[in-house]
Ligand binder design. Structure first.
Ligand code: NDP
Length: 341
């Protein structure tokens, strides 16, 4: 019998790749979107190969029982929907509540179904750490520092993942929970929309970064993130959390790749990545919107270190080189008309 998967936020950057992969593997997919009538944001899903096995339904994370009608006849749930915004007006209302409430709703609905075997939750490296750490981070680490004023998006992801584990501990559920914790996700998009993570490349080209700063990110390709979710859903030995990140790249390297591809715009060239430059940028960060300011103060000068061996060992994920992902992302943004050459 064909197995069915509920994917929340199916039109999102990551979830649309998950949906595509599930359809390719022969699953039926029930995808939730905020508004199934909004053809401009969901039309591309209906054009995916195998979309005759895709059903789109409506759900808002802020609604009580958002997913309660959708779990009775599914075998797996992949919960990806969560607001991914760095700077918001009201942190509780715009970030924490939908992230936590949405996660708990997805688990409550699943607990009522006798059929669901496993829930895969898209958490984040943001639930593991608030900032680059001098230690090598593993799945045993938890972000203890973020708050409504310090890296609020990170706080929302940490609170949501904590709520998920607390739910499975407090309730005897017939399903198990597996969590994927990706770092910055880049790669080609299946739709014209630009994800918050791929927006980085547009911001670099648009002169949003006035200088080359000491910023270094862990990156993972969206195609591997999707693969990790599908493998985590099926693998009998999948358990606990999985750091999902291929390697690092800094702002110098990203800018060099963009230049080599011929991206036009205001690519930064003035170097502020040394010690004095970093101290100056930290001071200037106080003039930025608060979410961006706290991100800069906690990340400038740091190099993320992480152990990604568990996901390779348990789920057999083979990460492609970060350089290949960044090249593919830049070419894809050019093809969609978001970057010019
Ligand atoms: P997107 O913004 O592309 O996708 C987010 C999805 O969540 C969208 O479908 C969005 O719907 C939905 N959503 C947000 N708020 C609500 C709401 N109130 N009610 C219903 N749906 C809502 O982001 P990504 O694909 O990049 O992220 C997907 C998941 O992965 C998130 O949980 C994010 O935190 C996590 N993640 C992302 C990383 C990255 O670098 N991209 C890194 C680590 C984790 P709509 O389109 O209507 O806004």
């Amino acid at each position: 019998m064909q197995e069915r998967v509920l994917v929340t936020g199916a039109n999102g950057f990551i979830a649309s790749h998950i949906t595509k992969l599930l359809l390719e593997h022969g699953f039926a997919v029930r995808g939730t979107v905020r508004n199934p009538l909004k053809a401009d944001t969901i039309g591309f899903l209906k054009a995916l190969p195998g979309a005759s096995n895709l059903e789109l339904v409506s759900a808002n994370l802020n609604d009580e029982g958002a997913f309660s009608d959708y779990t009775a006849d599914v075998d797996y749930v992949i919960h990806t929907a969560s607001p991914f915004v760095i700077d918001v007006e009201n942190v509780e209302r715009d970030l924490v509540k939908p992230a936590v409430r949405g996660t708990v709703s997805a688990l409550e609905a699943t607990a009522k179904s006798s059929r669901v075997k496993r829930v895969v939750l898209t958490s984040s490296m943001a639930a593991i750490t608030d900032a680059p750490d001098s230690r090598v981070l593993t799945e045993a680490d938890w972000n203890e520092k973020s708050s409504v004023t310090r890296n609020p998006y990170y706080y929302s992801k940490t609170q949501a993942e904590r709520a998920a584990w607390a739910f499975t501990k407090a309730n005897r559920t017939g399903f198990d929970l597996v969590v994927i914790n990706p770092f910055m996700v880049a790669g080609p998009s299946l739709s014209t929309g630009v994800s918050t993570s791929n927006q980085l490349f547009i911001d670099v080209a648009n002169g949003q970064y006035p200088a080359l700063m000491a910023l270094n990110w862990g990156f993972v390709d969206v195609r591997e993130v999707a693969d990790a979710h599908v493998r985590a859903m099926k693998a009998p030995n999948a358990k606990g959390r999985y750091i999902c990140s291929a390697g690092n790249m800094d702002m110098h390297q990203i800018t060099n790749i963009m230049r080599s591809v011929g991206v036009r715009g205001k690519l930064p060239s003035f170097d502020m990545s040394g010690r004095i430059g970093t101290a100056t940028m930290k001071l200037l960060s106080h003039f930025q919107p608060s979410g961006i300011g706290s991100y800069l103060r906690t990340h400038l000068g740091g190099i993320p270190r992480f152990d990604n061996s568990k996901i390779q060992r348990d789920l057999g994920i083979e990460f492609r080189d970060v350089e290949e992902t960044i090249y593919d992302t830049v070419h894809d943004l050019i093809e969609w008309g978001h970057l010019s050459t």
